[in-house]
Design a protein around this ligand. Structure first.
Ligand SMILES: Cc1cc2nc3c(=O)[nH]c(=O)nc-3n(C[C@H](O)[C@H](O)[C@H](O)COP(=O)(O)OP(=O)(O)OC[C@H]3O[C@@H](n4cnc5c(N)ncnc54)[C@H](O)[C@@H]3O)c2cc1C
Length: 161
């Protein structure tokens, strides 16, 4: 990643992950004597506790998804970079992303969790996870498709002699 960062003599704090944890730290470090660079593989924060409401059509995705750049606008010492972090090299204080390498003075990992099926392969292959807005929309579409199929079956049954 060619350094598109503003020139700064401040120590650079890289935060990987803009979930609740990463954003809480951004809030703590805004206006402090450090350069904060927030990395996330998405350009938006996802408010996970409301995934259920999106999955059940009670809310639209844009009600629970917020762009990072809007969140940090006005924070002079905070930058956002859209990239997936693939590797960390502690010996050189470098992160390697799908867009290039970046040096850090301090590194914070706030990458969240993944769905744990506790080794139950049958559950994993027959269920849908809900850890992202895409997952929520998948569940919503699957439910609506199944309801449509059911409705079609009922209609066919009603017109059959
Ligand atoms: C459906 C659901 C309902 C929930 N309800 C509640 C509730 O009611 N109350 C409650 O207290 N908690 C609830 N939780 C839990 C809560 O949402 C999580 O504990 C919280 O979001 C974790 O925050 P985090 O910052 O650790 O991780 P996350 O919010 O998961 O954020 C991690 C971020 O890191 C990014 N990331 C991950 N890997 C990389 C990488 N390699 N490179 C770049 N970026 C990366 C992701 O894109 C993401 O933005 C719920 C969770 C779910 C899934």
């Amino acid at each position: 990643m060619k350094s598109a960062f503003r020139d700064s003599n401040l120590p650079r704090v890289i935060i990987i992950g803009g979930g609740f944890a990463g954003l809480a730290l951004v809030e703590k470090l805004k206006h402090k004597e450090v350069q904060v660079v927030l990395f996330d593989k998405n350009n938006f924060h996802q408010f996970q506790p409301l995934f259920y409401q999106v999955a059940t059509s009670a809310l639209e995705p844009d009600s629970i998804v917020f762009p990072f750049r809007k969140q940090i606008s006005g924070y002079k010492n905070v930058l956002f970079r859209l990239a997936e972090v693939e590797e960390i090299q502690p010996s050189t204080n470098t992160i390697i992303t799908n867009k290039g390498r970046v040096h850090f003075d301090y590194l914070v990992l706030a990458t969240g969790t993944t769905t744990n099926f506790f080794g139950m392969d049958n559950v994993e292959s027959h269920s849908l996870g809900m850890k992202s807005i895409r997952d929520s929309l998948n569940i919503r579409h699957m439910m609506l498709q199944n309801l449509n199929k059911l409705q079609s079956l009922v209609m066919i049954k009603n017109v059959m002699p």
